[in-house]
Design a protein around this ligand. Structure first.
Ligand SMILES: O=C(O)CCC(=O)C(=O)O
Length: 296
């Protein structure tokens, strides 16, 4: 018997250009994610790509390496340390989408550059994001989403994000908790288990098999400048980078202002959980155009 949902998995996510359209909202509510094709133009992408090398260069507590320490896995807090990423985090095209999909004012909860280095950038196992933010930081409700801005072309072989459509509708899924040591990370703080290929909370295998069998799996590939928005309860993962092409994503998690965790519940550093919960004031739409100066 043919399975309609599984057939869906043969296709990429449906693509729309405007996050504010009624069609976009319907897709997001149905699937738990939305793919915005070429939201940023090539000159805007070039501005952003100009910020990658310096962000990766320095090593600080915000840098997470792969088990192979020659490769950077992620750099956190990019919207607070790099003017071009600060502008992107407040870009009206992202803020309009986040406000529309979350139905309220938003702030940046977390930001990061995820590198997926050539020939080996490591995987992200199947997980949901909300369970981390609920358990680790006390986020009250699943009213957050992540915008992944493609700074490289994302293909089927350089580690695209894979998602299970409709998985967000089941809330927090049955999950496994890994509390053991993080191989390769020595004496790193406990929160490293939220950021590595050996994640603390992963979707339990039978639950994953049931969902993947009934709903299918889609991968979000597309050109640089495209944006994937996904709900904090959408099951997602990514594989290793098998290719000689980098896959760099700038990810911004937007949380609804009225869903900020209580300050006394937050113990992770501010580069993992932003303390500034004021509603974002968007910048000008052309802020990333090369001829313009970025705001201080
Ligand atoms: O960058 C990726 O491939 C996945 C990132 C991810 O799963 C996450 O940030 O929760």
């Amino acid at each position: 018997m043919r399975n309609e949902r599984a057939e869906h998995s043969a296709f990429r996510p449906e693509r729309v250009v405007l996050a504010s359209s009624a069609r976009a909202l319907d897709l997001y509510q149905r699937d738990g994610f939305l793919f915005l094709d070429s939201l940023f133009a090539s000159d805007e992408v070039e501005t952003l790509r100009g910020a990658i090398a310096s962000t990766l260069e320095g090593r600080s507590e915000r840098t997470v390496l792969e088990v192979d320490p020659a490769m950077v896995r992620s750099v956190y807090g990019i919207h607070e340390h790099e003017p071009r990423f600060a502008a992107l985090a407040r870009h009206p095209r992202l803020i309009a989408a986040a406000r529309q999909l979350l139905d309220g004012e938003v702030y940046v909860y977390q930001s990061k550059l995820n590198c997926k280095a050539v020939f080996g950038g490591d995987l992200w196992p199947w997980h949901q994001d909300f369970v981390f933010w609920q358990k680790e930081d006390g986020m009250p409700a699943p009213r957050a989403l992540t915008a992944a801005v493609f700074l490289d072309d994302v293909t089927e072989t350089n580690g695209p994000i894979a998602l299970i459509p409709g998985s967000h509708t089941e809330g927090v899924l049955v999950h496994d908790t890994y509390g053991g040591p993080q191989p390769g990370y020595g004496s790193a703080p406990a929160w490293i288990a939220n950021l590595t290929a050996k994640l603390k909370y992963t979707i339990e295998k039978d639950t994953f098999v049931r969902l993947a069998t009934t709903n299918g799996i889609v991968t979000a590939s597309g050109g640089a400048g495209s944006v994937l928005l996904f709900d904090c309860n959408t099951a997602h993962a990514s594989s290793v980078n098998l290719s000689p092409y980098p896959r760099t994503l700038a990810l911004f998690t937007y949380n609804r202002v009225d869903n900020a965790p209580a300050a006394e519940r937050i113990h992770r550093p501010s580069f993992l959980v932003s303390r500034n919960t004021e509603p974002i004031v968007p910048v000008a739409d052309d802020v990333l155009r090369p001829t313009l100066r970025l705001p201080a």
